[in-house]
Design a protein around this ligand. Structure first.
Ligand SMILES: NC(=O)c1ccc[n+]([C@@H]2O[C@H](COP(=O)([O-])OP(=O)(O)OC[C@H]3O[C@@H](n4cnc5c(N)ncnc54)[C@H](O)[C@@H]3O)[C@@H](O)[C@H]2O)c1
Length: 253
């Protein structure tokens, strides 16, 4: 196993489960100090315990990343513990209820946008000064098939993931001469614990349901982690502003 992340520090959000967990474990195996950020302290601590048991280095920071105070604490703890940040994986996310534009509640709209789009902006804003001071950094955002098309989720989730692609491209251009690369993966279906509490009688669900037949093979979280870690690694040194579908060709259908 190559230790190509030795001496580097990576923050992975939503790392207590699913794609984020697999990414944290892979980065740790490859030598990174990993900061496991999740709203659930119990699952974050379990991931840290597994990394440490396997000889790696990790700490957990628990809290709701929708809150600026949690973002500030996450970055401050990371810098105090490991001296800086080399890699940021903005992966934490929540699904919506498949409701369409005329059906979405204010509460759902604000929560989904806050967790899936605003939190990555807040964390990028907090981390970039540390990357600029070192002259390098890599950011990988987990968007979705729903960032590429209008038929893979409800309106709130679809808008949040399209927005995250916009953030990815904007940041890639702004930092292109500063040594910071910014990319995204767009997963199709992945076998995780991502909760979907669908609004059964919604027009959104009725319209989208048929298109989900194109989802193809459901991926394992490790297959997403492999792509995220590649984009974060020096092997992707000339890749920035890319949105990489990891979707069993769903986006090609
Ligand atoms: N599973 C899929 O089919 C799929 C498809 C496309 C995109 N995605 C995206 O992949 C990413 C990871 O999701 P997953 O499938 O691994 O789901 P998951 O539910 O297994 O993992 C998500 C993790 O994020 C954490 N989290 C949620 N809200 C948080 C918050 N406010 N603050 C901190 N942590 C929070 C959860 O506690 C959980 O541990 C998400 O952005 C999701 O939108 C997943």
């Amino acid at each position: 196993m190559s230790k190509d992340f030795a001496g580097k520090t990576a923050i992975v959000t939503g790392a207590g489960a699913g794609i984020g967990r697999a990414t944290a474990l892979e980065l740790a195996k490859r030598g990174a100090n990993v900061v496991v950020a999740d709203i659930h302290a119990d699952t974050a601590n379990l991931v840290v315990a597994q990394i440490v048991n396997e000889g790696g280095a990790a700490i957990a920071v628990a809290g709701d990343l929708a809150e600026q105070g949690v973002i500030d604490a996450l970055v401050a703890t990371t810098v105090a513990t490991y001296g800086g940040v080399d890699v940021l994986v903005n992966n934490a996310g929540i699904m919506d209820d498949m409701s369409g534009p005329h059906e979405v509640s204010d509460e759902l709209w604000h929560r989904v946008l806050r967790v899936n789009l605003t939190a990555p902006l807040l964390l990028t804003r907090a981390v970039v000064p540390h990357m600029l001071s070192r002259g390098h950094g890599a950011i990988v955002n987990t968007t979705s098939e729903a960032g590429l098309r209008g038929s893979a989720a409800g309106t709130a989730y679809t808008v949040s993931k399209h927005g995250l692609i916009g953030l990815t491209k904007s940041a890639a251009v702004v930092y292109r001469d500063k040594g910071i690369r910014v990319n995204a993966v767009a997963p199709g279906g992945v076998a995780t614990s991502l909760e979907v509490n669908v609004k059964q009688d919604s027009m959104g669900l009725a319209a989208i349901g048929g298109y989900m037949a194109n989802v193809g093979r459901i991926a394992q979280p490790e297959e997403l982690a492999a792509a995220i870690v590649f984009l974060a690694s020096d092997a992707a040194s000339n890749i920035s502003g890319a949105i990489v579908p990891v979707d069993s060709s769903w986006s090609a259908v």
